[in-house]
Design a protein around this ligand. Structure first.
Ligand code: ADP
Ligand code: MG
Length: 679
């Protein structure tokens, strides 16, 4: 096998080269062949009329003038000569390449590459070659090089390696994949990757390796998922379907199609002997809470208790209020937060242990040591990214193999969901309840503040409320808090007595925060100046205006979350972005915000603008590094690879069918499987 054959067996690779290669992790012939270019310099010869001004271009022409050499400055020189290209005279200029004068004569045919000046019909040559280029020289592979390794020696040795070992290059993909997807064999592809004959063959070769890379990744993910499922044996719950149906029917509204689908998925998980490990994504206002309620009720009909954990007290209280309504006459529901203390707390803990309470809604207070359940069967974590792995695990461990559902209102682009959450099941609510009025979004310049304030005043006088968000990069950033405080004073002075202004930021004590939020929720405060602490889940349906200062400082997803705080009632709502973005990306963000209300579309756009590394923040991204695949460009291949991986693993043949042996080998070689964000 080529993986056992030392790289020094390749003709022309001596001790020195061997050492150089070892430096970059190349030991075997196999390693060497897999050392692929990271890009290609493409010298395509195009008609003159298609060349772009100031862009790199390659021309073939005949020298029709004597090269004239001039010296200037200390050691600088310039050669100018005329080329005839397509019967047109083109000037070629060479800087500091005096030797060219000796090499090029009248009537020589030459290929030159350089920067094209469309107006002067002139090319500033950076590379040239006598004669016309062969087509396979027009695509130049560029390798990552280190130390004394040169492109020249690398290419020479690669040629030798391919020549000697071509016949021994093993195919990794099963025959049927090659046929179905019309992809070239591994040996053909490697040849094209290192020495491309033309763009099309190169494209197919790349396509092959991208697919192979993604398939391997997905196989690992699916194996991991299977392992987790098998290790995490849950308990099959005996749900009373009839009761659940009645419950759904008695809701004040009909479920959307997306909600129905997700409910089905959740019920199926609850009934199965596997432990649920599911992520539920749904845009703000898409109706995740009801879905959670149905799931909790279903578990209840199977005699199990349920817990819903949320990141803030405000949210816990809101959820408690809405779920209490939804469970009127169906079950006993309790609230457990940091502010529930003393006797009251003791009573709730007693109810949970003695199975008098069916469902508990709470914050971190739920995971304290003295909280016990009679039989916790279903755990839901809302806004899961706000909790650490440990916290989620602690809650889960309070039950005996409970099913776990994570919910998030931050839509994750599909490609990201597949890669980062590939080992979980993902449910998506991608449909809004009927009759919602989309929030109207405007982008205005900073100097429009006066008009924005007048608009707020008008809305407030009609009985509505408004948020004013000031940017906050970090919770502890003093300057930003000062910013919010300043705006607060400014608005207090600006508005008449009758309009009460409130202030909210991360430095406030949690009691103070709750106090402010309560006042806003009760319309005792009409305008709330705040940092982004209101971003998550807060529900004040009477608020119709969301103003965001310095909106260019936020990412798209965050802007969308903030916008989701309005448009929750019956009245038309507005989002006003105040921003003077300097760069194109900033402008693009504002434009996208005014054009779509769809969180998934926004998250895809965000991903495109920021790139995958930045999307989750570099540290916690957990994204795999791919050699060739690009998660954004190759999302279709990613989906296909995922489907194929699921099929292969579920067929049960992955470990027995010889057709999968090479893939199996590659999977097993990589013990570390990346891509786990959620425990
Ligand atoms: P999310 O938690 O996803 O942001 P919620 O569950 O809070 O959304 O739902 C937002 C609002 O929409 C709630 O007032 C809820 O009662 C209502 N709602 C949920 N599902 C539907 C539906 N199918 N039809 C009409 N209204 C719905
Ligand atoms: Mg919610």
């Amino acid at each position: 096998m080529l993986s056992n054959e030392p790289v020094s067996n390749i003709k022309g690779i001596g001790e020195k080269m061997e050492a150089e290669l070892a430096e970059i992790g190349i030991h075997s012939v196999e390693d060497f062949l897999n050392y692929v270019p990271f890009r290609y310099d493409i010298k395509e010869i195009k008609p003159l009329t298609e060349l772009q001004h100031n862009e790199k271009a390659t021309l073939v022409g005949k020298v029709v003038s004597e090269p004239s050499l001039t010296f200037y400055g200390r050691k600088k020189s310039r050669i100018v000569l005329t080329l005839e290209v397509e019967h047109i005279a083109v000037k070629a200029v060479f800087f500091n390449q005096a030797f060219v004068k000796k090499q090029l004569q009248r009537d020589d045919i030459v290929t030159v590459t350089g920067k094209w000046d469309m107006h002067r019909l002139q090319i500033t040559v950076s590379q040239f070659k006598k004669g016309t280029v062969k087509t396979n020289d027009t695509i130049q592979p560029v390798y990552p090089l280190k130390g004394d390794l040169t492109l020249r020696s690398l290419r020479k040795n690669m040629k030798a390696a391919l020549h000697t070992y071509e016949k021994q290059i093993e195919e990794t993909l099963p025959e049927e994949f090659l046929t179905n997807y019309k992809i070239p064999s591994r040996s053909q592809s490697l040849k094209q990757i290192h020495f491309p004959d033309n763009r099309i063959l190169l494209k197919h070769a790349k396509r092959r390796f991208i697919y192979e890379e993604l398939l391997l990744f997905q196989l690992k993910m699916q194996l991991l998922r299977k392992q987790k499922r098998e290790a995490a044996k849950g308990t099959a719950k005996e749900i009373n379907k009839k009761l659940v149906q009645d419950y759904v029917q008695k809701l004040p509204f009909a479920l959307t199609g997306a909600q129905q689908k997700v409910v089905k998925e959740i019920l199926r998980d609850l009934e199965s002997a596997y432990r649920m490990n599911r992520l539920l994504q749904g845009d703000v206002g898409s109706g995740k809470t009801v879905v959670a309620a149905i799931g909790l009720y279903a578990a209840l009909t199977a005699g199990k208790q349920g817990a819903l954990m949320v990141p803030t007290e405000i949210l816990a209280e809101q959820h408690y209020d809405s779920l209490k309504e939804l469970f009127e006459g169906y079950g006993e529901i309790v609230l457990l937060t940091g502010s529930v203390k003393g006797k009251k707390r003791k009573e709730i803990l007693r109810k949970l242990v003695e199975n008098e309470a069916d469902i508990v809604i709470g914050t971190h207070a739920l995971i304290q040591d003295d909280v016990f359940f009679h039989d916790l069967g279903f755990v839901i974590v809302d806004e899961q990214h706000r909790f650490g792995v440990e916290q989620r695990r602690t809650l889960r461990d309070k039950g005996l193999f409970p099913d776990v559902l994570f919910m998030t209102a931050t839509p994750i682009p599909r490609t990201m969901a597949i890669t980062t959450f590939g080992d979980m099941d993902v449910s998506i609510i991608d449909e809004m309840p009927k009759g919602r009025k989309p929030v109207e979004t405007f982008w205005v310049k900073d100097n429009m503040l006066e008009r924005v304030l007048n608009f707020i005043q008008k809305e407030v006088q009609q009985g509505h409320q408004a948020y004013m968000i000031c940017p906050l990069i970090e919770e502890s950033d003093k300057l930003d808090i000062q910013n919010a405080v300043d705006v607060y004073h400014q608005l207090e002075a600006h508005f008449p007595e009758s309009i009460k202004v409130g202030l909210m930021h991360g430095r406030l004590h949690s009691d103070e925060k709750d106090e402010v939020m309560k006042k806003f929720a009760n319309n005792e405060v009409q305008v709330l100046v705040s940092t982004t602490v209101v971003e998550v889940g807060v529900n004040v349906p009477n608020a119709t205006v969301m103003v965001i200062y310095d909106a260019e400082r936020f990412g798209l997803s965050q802007l969308h979350q903030l916008r989701g705080r309005v448009g929750r009632g019956h009245a038309q709502s507005y989002c006003i972005l105040m921003a003077d973005p300097k760069g194109d990306v900033g402008k693009e963000r504002m434009r996208i915000m005014t054009e779509t209300n769809d969180g998934f579309e926004l998250s895809e756009e965000d991903l495109k603008l920021r790139g995958p590394g930045d999307f989750f923040g570099k540290k916690q991204s957990g994204l795999p590094e791919f050699k060739m695949a690009d998660l954004i460009q190759d999302y279709r291949a990613l989906e296909t690879a995922r489907q194929d991986a699921v099929t292969i693993i579920e067929s049960g043949k992955f470990f027995s069918d010889p057709a999968y042996a090479p893939l199996r080998h590659l999977v097993e070689k990589d013990a570390v499987i990346q891509g786990q964000i959620l425990d």
